[in-house]
Design a protein around this ligand. Sequence first.
Ligand SMILES: Cc1cc2nc3c(=O)[nH]c(=O)nc-3n(C[C@H](O)[C@H](O)[C@H](O)COP(=O)(O)O)c2cc1C
Length: 359
Amino acid sequence: MPPDIAAPGSGALLARAEFDRLSERGRRFLGSRVAVMGGAMSWVSERNLVSAISNAGGFGVLAGGSMGPDALADEIAGTQALTARPFGVNLLTMHPRLLDLIAVCQEARVSHVVLAGGVPGGAAVRAVKERSRLICFAPALVLAQRMVRLGADALVIEGSEAGGHIGPVSLAVLAQEILPHVAQVPVFVAGGIGRGEAILAFLEMGAAGAQLGTRFAAARESIAHPRFKQAFIRARARDALPSVQLDPRFPVIPVRGLANAGTEAFLRHQAAVMARVDAGELTREEAQLSVEHFWAGRLRRAVIDGDVEHGSVMAGQSVGMVTAEQPIAEIIAELVGQACGALAARHDLAAGRHGLDRS
Ligand SMILES: Cc1cc2nc3c(=O)[nH]c(=O)nc-3n(C[C@H](O)[C@H](O)[C@H](O)COP(=O)(O)O)c2cc1C
C-alpha cells in the first residue's frame, strides 16, 4: 500500500475525493486505485517494475514487443506471481507472431492488452477482445475515431514529449484535438508528464488518466543498470532529444532519448552512408537498412549493460523531473499528493484561507 498522501483534514479529504471522482472512469477501466499507467518500456517494464506499479495502486504494463510466445508466457506468469492486481501487456502490431502472443495473453487471462505500433488488423482486435480489454495508441483524431470503430476499449494519446518512439505532435495539442471529440472510450494521456498537477489538468480536460514511462524507469524496483538510472537523475528536459534525420531519402523514425556519443555517431553514420550511396557504393535499400540497423540492440546495451554513452537512452522530456531513485509507491503517492495539493489549494482559495479575501 502506498502511504496515503492526503493528510487528515477536511480540505485534503475533499481534494482526494475530487481527484478520485475525476479519475473514476480510468480507475474503473483499469481496475486500479489510481488512474496512472506505467507505460511499457522495452527491457525496463518486466515483472519487477510492472508488479510494483500495480501493487502501488497504479497499472503496470509489460513490454512484450520483442518477446516470443514462450518468453512472454514466462514473464506474465512471473508478474502474476508478484501481484494479484491487474496489469496489461503491450504487443507490437507488426510482430510476425502477434496472434500467438495474443493467445498467450488470453491463456494467462491477462485483463488488458495494449496494441502499439500502428492500426491493428481485424483478426488481432477480435482475438484480444475475446477475453481482454483492448487499448490502442491514437496519434491523431482521425486515427482515434478509427480505433474506436475498430473496437478499441480505450486509447492512449502520446505526445512528442514522450520517451521512445514518438510522433510529431505535442501532448498539449493532441489533448485539445482529441479529448473533446472522443467520449465513447476512456482516453489516457502520455508524454512529458512528471507531476500530479499535470495529471489533474488533463483529467479536467476530459482524460481518464495518464500514462508515464520516464518517471518510473529509474525507480528503485526498476532492473535498469545503475548507470542508466544515474543518467536519468542527472539529465534535464533539454537533454532528451528526438533522433535527427540527415537526409529525406533515408527516413529515420524519431526516437526521443538522452543525447550522447551514440546520437553523435548516428549522425556520422548517416553522413557516411549517404556519401557511399552518392558514390555508387551502396544501393538506396542497403543504405536504408544500414541506417535502420544502427540502433539495433542499443536500448538493451543502455538499460541492461549500463552503456549510457553508446547505447540508446530513451527518455521523455519529463526526465528533468526524475531527481532520485525512488520506490514506485513513493512516486505514485507523490503524483497523487501533488494533484490533491493543487485541488486543496483551490478549496482554500475559495474559502478565503489564503488571506486574499479579507472580508
Ligand atoms: C526507455 C523507454 C522505452 C520505451 N519502450 C516502449 C515500448 O517498447 N513500447 C511502447 O509502446 N512504448 C514505449 N515507451 C513509451 C512509454 O510506454 C510511455 O508512453 C512514455 O514513456 C510516456 O512518456 P514519458 O516518458 O515522458 O513519461 C518507452 C519509453 C521509454 C522511456
